[in-house]
Ligand binder design. Structure first.
Ligand SMILES: [Zn+2]
Length: 268
């Protein structure tokens, strides 16, 4: 069974440099799925997290879904790749959907490693665990086959309960890896087409997210295993992500390609 994927821009964060926050809408096989629920409104981010932001909030998700002819009330399932505030915020938009999350992530959201405390939010935790199980909240352990061609895989690394999603399309398997490798340079660290500062010594390997909870050797193994199980990998915070998949299909973006050209494709 094949699906279509649409990239949604949930907002922008200025963490060193300006970076987009993405979510994904998946449609096919009679279901409508959202991967991640976006970030808070920029005003809230700036006030609580002291980080400059743009866009965000429920409006961003509503407007982005609208571009693809969908309303939040039509979403059947929301997969939360993890509970960081920029991925799991706008749950009120989906009172009737089933949220799917990894058990380890729920535990970590309640008692995170101290270095990650600021990425979680108590009110968000309460919202999540107050939902009816399993109708509106399905807590999974390990991998989970959601539907034929739509697989949720347990990819701890960035957080202990991080999930990725593997989606069959008519061109091949798309790996929505979220923050396991938040940018293309995490997946192609030695590639001069990907970054101005290629790390040649990482040829044939991967660069874990600097924000991580897991042992780095295990983390790299998880990235390697994930990369082998998909045809293209789609990170959460790169600004060169195709909007329409499989129609737009790049295994990795090219630095030699004019970024405006990439953005033009995004506006299609
Ligand atoms: Zn994160």
């Amino acid at each position: 069974m094949d699906y279509k994927i649409r990239t949604l821009i949930a907002g922008w964060l200025y963490l060193g440099e300006k970076e987009p926050v993405h979510a994904w809408y998946i449609e096919g096989n009679g279901i409508k799925v959202l991967v991640d629920a976006g970030m808070p409104e920029s005003k809230i981010v700036e006030k609580r997290w002291k980080t400059k932001a743009e866009g965000g909030g429920e409006d961003a998700i509503i407007n982005e879904l609208k571009k693809h002819g969908v309303m939040p009330s039509e979403i059947d399932i929301v997969i939360l790749t993890h509970m960081h505030f920029d991925h799991a915020w706008n749950l009120d938009l989906f009172p009737n959907a089933q949220i799917i999350i990894q058990k380890e992530e729920v535990i970590h959201a309640i008692k995170p490693v101290p270095i990650q405390r600021s990425y979680y939010n108590k009110e968000l935790n309460v919202k999540l665990i107050s939902r009816n199980q399993p109708k509106n909240l399905l807590i999974i352990e390990g991998d989970y086959l959601l539907k034929d061609g739509l697989e949720i895989v347990f990819t701890p690394g960035h957080t202990p309960g991080s999930l990725s999603v593997i989606v069959n399309t008519e061109k091949g398997k798309v790996g929505l890896c979220s923050d396991l490798g938040p940018r293309y340079q995490n997946w192609f660290p030695a590639d001069s087409e990907i970054s101005n500062n290629p790390k040649r010594f990482l040829e044939g390997s991967y660069l874990p997210n600097t924000i991580h909870t897991e042992n780095v050797m295990n983390y790299i193994n998880t990235m390697e295993k994930f990369m082998k199980s998909v045809d293209i990998v789609i990170p959460a915070h790169d600004d060169r992500i195709p909007v329409h998949m499989p129609e737009q299909w790049w295994g990795k973006p090219s630095m030699s390609k004019d970024p405006l050209e990439v953005f033009a494709l995004k506006e299609e």
